[in-house]
Write a protein that binds this ligand. Structure first.
Ligand code: URA
Length: 226
């Protein structure tokens, strides 16, 4: 499952990542099971993001999951807990899943980038969007998860995950909610729960409306399993 590496059209400077090797170069990512893959990913140094973080935030969920979610990257709380989607975006995600009738424990939840990318502001660590090199470096881990879980339905959350799997021409506003065949599964892109938390009324964004659209996309994903 290897996609073209030109994932984003935007250049990655400034803040461009340091020397990048992909994860496959750092450790074999073809593993017999998720536990083995998780152990290998724990030692990943394929990009510089591992420095200053608690560790690799690998995906969580059963290998038998029929639905898989791919987010962007762990946030501050996810890095501390070493679990994806346990912070504010995760709480919104959890509520939306309940409304859509999806049991989170039955799904596999992961991220395109598995280390927290941040800048320091005093004592705080402020989320910084991952660069194309980070997504590229991490891709073999995501491919490893996809190969082992082989979900029937794959949901990308936000632009980074969408571009990671669909390429740089992916446009979240135009394409969200539209299922399409992808590598033997059905992929449905939707918005990232953080976008709802950051909804800006001055830019015409209504958090309630965005949340309702998010739940509708998740319901659509759930229907694909029926
Ligand atoms: N945002 C993500 O994309 N992933 C997480 O795990 C948390 C927040």
């Amino acid at each position: 499952m290897t996609e073209p590496l030109d994932l984003f059209s935007t250049p990655d400077a400034p803040n461009s990542p340091g020397p990048i090797r992909d994860a496959e170069a750092a450790a074999p990512t073809e593993a017999p099971d998720l536990d083995t893959l998780r152990e290998r990913a724990a030692g990943c140094t394929a990009c510089e993001l591992y420095e200053g973080t608690t560790g690799t935030v690998f995906g969580v969920g059963p290998a038998t999951a029929r639905m898989m979610f791919v987010g962007e990257q762990p946030g501050d709380q996810e890095d501390r807990a070493l679990e994806p989607f346990v912070g504010p975006a995760g709480r919104l995600f959890d509520g939306a899943l309940v409304e859509a009738g999806i049991a989170r424990e039955d799904a596999y939840v992961t991220n395109a980038v598995k280390h927290f990318s941040f800048r320091r502001q005093g004592n705080r660590r402020i989320h910084q969007a991952p660069k194309v090199g980070h997504v590229r470096a991490c891709r073999p881990w995501l491919d490893g998860e996809l190969a082992l879980v082989r979900p029937h339905v794959l949901v990308t959350l936000g632009a980074t995950a969408g571009k990671a799997l669909l390429g740089s021409s992916f446009r979240i506003t135009a394409e969200r909610g539209e299922p399409r065949p992808w590598e033997g599964t059905t992929l449905i892109p939707t918005i990232h729960p953080s976008a709802i938390l950051r909804a800006d009324p001055d830019r015409g964004q209504d958090a309630d409306e965005m949340r309702a659209g998010f739940v509708a996309d998740l319901r659509r994903a759930a229907e694909l399993l029926r």
